[in-house]
Write a protein that binds this ligand. Sequence first.
Ligand code: UDP
Ligand code: MN
Length: 366
Amino acid sequence: MFCGFIRTHCYKVAIAALAALVFLEYGFGVFYDERGRINEAYFTFNLTAPRLWGGLQNSSDVSYSATSNMTLIALQSSNSSDPYQLDLLVDSLNFTGKPLMCPLVSPLLVGRTNVSKIAMPMEAFQEKYSPLLGPGGRYRPPDCHAHYKVAIIIPYRKREEHLQLFIQHMHPFLQRQQIDYGIFVVEQSGDTPFNRAMLMNIGAAEALRQDEFQCFVFHDVDLLPEDDRNTYSCPEQPRHMSVAIDVFKYRLPYEGLFGGVSAMTTEHFIKVNGFSNLFWGWGGEDDDMSSRIKYHKLIISRYPPSTARYTMLSHKKARPNPNRYRVMRNGARRSKVDGLSNLKYKRIELEMKPLYIHILVSIKPS
Ligand code: UDP
Ligand code: MN
């Protein structure tokens, strides 16, 4: 009836609404379903991109991060949805005389422990740990304010058993260190050669869309730290963490090694333009990062092998990529144009699981 009068206008409005929906869906990927999954969208690396999922959507979401009554009440009565503002709010509670920053050495550390290679049923683990965790398995120490926000980035495909063990090992381990952390599992879809480095670039980009992480730990899923004095933070220089691995008789295989587990501040990671996107298949990407680090006058640092110890879970050895030496040539100079600056990927799904953030992506050579 109404349309009968202004049919042309209705038509235009309908077209405009449809265009807006398509733009929102493909430009920003803002639609997510009730299980906390964000649907398919295309992305590049963009530091100024709006955070689509703040992690902390409203004040009730943050209650897991505060046990001190004073802090809890203040957080609950605030309407701020910005995690950074909430941090400032926590800081402003200093005058209460409650402990504010976590101590430099956590009192919860136990030192060297045996690493279990037998996972408990995931449901049982989840039941025990998810009450301590925020959406996507995000953790903040309950009694003090952590020094850093650390994003643990796991490149992943078809290692389900390892992932279970990893998740079950890392939550208690990181919580003993009183770290504010999120675990991002970035899974490559399809059967194209695995690109570990590109998945790490994607993990960093996705983490920064969620929160102001100051530190990245890039972590193979099959390496489990044995000693919680091996702190998961980013010191002043890029840090190679998996110094002493059981299968290598706890000895560093070679000096320039940056593979396995390594940590870099967000600032340094952006400075070196992230990892190269050109390493398809096994090998080379970590050495390429070593040369980026040197080229930018940074130094690889390490903690002593007595604490930087890891147990490696066993798997079939991958066939090395025979092209890796060719790609590595001119690596340092190429670093300007190959990395975060030309990263492109299709995010098939982002799911805030109870114990970690799962990001399924489709990638291809550009
Ligand atoms: N990876 C994976 N699926 C694969 C290949 C690699 O999840 O098919 C990830 C996983 O995190 C693994 C890391 O990439 O720990 C390094 O690969 P891999 O373990 O094969 O390397 P290696 O231990 O031989 O250096
Ligand atoms: Mn491995």
